[in-house]
Design a protein around this ligand. Sequence first.
Ligand code: MG
Length: 169
Amino acid sequence: MLSKKLQKLLNGQLNLELFSAYTYYAMSAYMDERSLDGFSHWMKLQAEEELMHAQKIYSYLSDLGAKIEFLALEKPKQDFESVLDAFETALAHEKKLATELNEISISAFEERDNTTVSFLDWFLSEQVEEVAQTTTICDKLSLVGEDGHGILLLNNELRDRKREESTAE
Ligand code: MG
């Protein structure tokens, strides 16, 4: 049985995961407007992953008979100064998600709710990966700077990103 506090926190996280998908779709549109199909592809897959994260939380709440509450979604940022600016925004967002998830995990731990602690472990590891991947892309973009050739090379590299197997129920 989930406490009211954890229900509220997990519903908040569900909203944040959906907002993340919304954010990545907005970034994908920014890339498409510039014909950067590889970057756009990467952002779209990122959005799909966020939807899968939302689905996982939805299932967890549902399985425990908790109330699933949908909150209003904020308008995502759609204008960026550059591709690097978009990825730096994505990185800041992923770091924020990691912090939020960690806070929920601490609350679950304090409530001695080991089921929720264990449920959140997957998310915490996933965030380490998300931050690492986004940091690598930011580093490469910083390296090429304004060089169009370098941007196109990275665009082609990101076009190869494969869809991960969904583990959502
Ligand atoms: Mg996520």
